[in-house]
Ligand binder design. Structure first.
Ligand code: FES
Ligand SMILES: [Fe+2]
Length: 465
């Protein structure tokens, strides 16, 4: 783990001062303080990360009763398990006696979870089954000592968790992207491959990188050869418009090119972002592979290749890039102040046979390759940003638009957390005067998510964050 110095006299007042300083320097990268401070990191975990909806796994990864996987977030561990009723439940991997982890292996099948310390036994739904020798404790209530539950919802086969018991309704948000996402029938997809990339960088730098395609032309030659989103909208618009005109007809999926964006400060509830749009590949390419040619059978209800790619966001940390023949999910998880896990999951239809219908190497080549390139630039970005001599420069108004939406959300959420009461965070981070105002004119903005997003918005970023 990379070690960076941090101020011993850090304080909430210092954080407030730094937040105030950001307001007088809008549209610029963030001060190094937000990547270096231990206090900021603790505040982020408590008030942003553990209050956000985060992708956990696909239902097909825990098909049988007792199957489970551990999801590691920050210093925490969460069990996501298939219970006796066939439902999926999530719970903290922390014994209710004196706090030992009750489950060690990262995945498996269990009839119970037995704490290695004093042997308390939990059922797979988290309820306490046996606590040794507690019959001598007349007031002990076993039913009040189950593993603490974590909120958990399943949407089209994708399981999301949220550690905030009062979290808002993610499904209501995701229903806005139902038609385009439904085209891939993810409920009947399977995980063809999954890989974790541990990057020595603060989680914000990894997300910031994902949310802009300014670097695509310089860092991702293979990606940029296929995807029009490496270009400014003025260049890519004709290709995208041509694809969009016929997308519904060619794919046979009405609404596949529907657009919807309510992310970060615009999300209906805290941490419940939802976004979709369809963007184009250059002529002659139909999917995200080394040569732009198919690597798996068409997904779900899609009848033919339209030269388009579905771009999705679900919650603040989870993204998807859905090609007609395979889908790639991207999830960012902070593990420490200087380490982030980027998890990539490749989906194909569930009846596709490896070695016959698809080869894992070919399927994963483009995004594995692109992610290694990202790892390279993100770690170099981290090394520079962590310097006390870094002076933040200006964001590109088009390429780095979505990145600024993230930064606005981040800074406002952090500010709101400083005088947090259960109702203030959601309310304060959605202050109407904060980030946007109607501009009365149409501006084409092309931010990105490792891929830029072409958004036609009748608004622009107003002054200040
Ligand atoms: S800490 Fe788990 S039984 Fe004591
Ligand atoms: Fe990238």
């Amino acid at each position: 783990m990379q070690t960076i110095a941090t101020s011993v006299d850090d304080s909430f007042q210092r954080m407030r001062d730094k937040l105030e300083a950001e307001k007088v320097r809008p549209h610029h990268a963030m001060d190094p303080y937000f990547y270096r401070s231990h206090l900021v990191h603790e505040q982020e975990l408590e008030h942003l990360i553990f209050k956000s909806w985060i992708y956990a796994l696909h239902v097909s990864e825990i098909p049988s009763v007792g199957d489970y996987q551990l999801i590691e977030i920050g210093e925490d561990s969460i069990i996501v398990a298939r219970t006796e009723t066939g439902e999926i439940a999530a719970m903290h991997n922390i014994c209710r006696h004196r706090g030992a982890r009750v489950c060690e292996a990262s995945s498996g099948n269990r009839k119970t979870y037995v704490c290695p310390y004093h042997g308390w036994v939990y059922n797979i739904d988290g309820s306490l089954k046996v606590a040794r020798e507690t019959h001598v404790m007349p007031d002990f209530d076993a039913s009040a000592h189950g593993l603490k539950p974590v909120k958990c919802v399943t949407y089209m086969g994708l399981v999301f968790i949220n550690c905030d018991p009062d979290a808002g309704d993610l499904v209501a948000s995701l229903n806005n992207i139902r038609e385009p996402l439904g085209a891939y029938d993810l409920e009947h997809a399977k995980v063809a491959h999954r890989q974790t990339y541990r990057v020595e960088a603060n989680w914000k730098l990894a997300i910031e990188n994902y949310l802009e395609c300014y670097h695509c032309a310089t860092s991702h030659r293979a990606y940029a050869r296929l995807h029009t989103l490496k270009d400014l909208e003025e260049q890519s618009a004709p290709v995208v418009a041509k694809m969009l005109e016929r997308a519904d007809e060619i794919t046979g999926v009405p609404g596949i090119s529907k657009e919807h964006t309510q992310i970060y400060l615009d999300a209906p509830s805290f941490g419940a972002c939802a976004h979709t749009m369809r963007y184009g590949l250059f002529d002659g390419f139909v999917t995200g592979s080394k040569d732009g040619q198919p690597v798996a059978p068409l997904m779900g209800n899609i009848k033919a290749y339209d030269g388009g790619v579905g771009d999705f966001q679900m919650g603040p940390l989870t993204f998807m890039l859905n090609y007609p023949d395979h889908c790639v999910l991207y999830r960012f998880i902070p593990r420490s102040r200087t380490e982030t896990e980027m998890e990539l999951v490749w989906f194909v239809r569930d009846d596709a046979k490896e070695g016959h219908d698809y080869e894992v190497d070919k399927l994963t080549w483009l995004w594995h390759h692109t992610t290694l390139e990202d790892e390279y630039i993100i770690t170099r970005n981290a090394a520079g940003v962590n310097s006390r001599f870094f002076e933040p420069g200006p964001y590109h108004p088009e390429f780095e638009f979505t990145l600024q939406q993230f930064v606005h959300w981040y800074l406002h959420s952090l500010e709101a957390s400083l005088d947090y009461t259960p109702t203030t965070l959601a309310a304060k981070t959605r202050r109407p005067e904060v980030a946007f105002s109607a501009a009365g004119r149409t501006i084409l903005l092309t931010p990105h998510g490792d891929m830029k997003r072409v958004l036609v918005l009748k608004r622009h970023i107003a002054i200040g964050r």
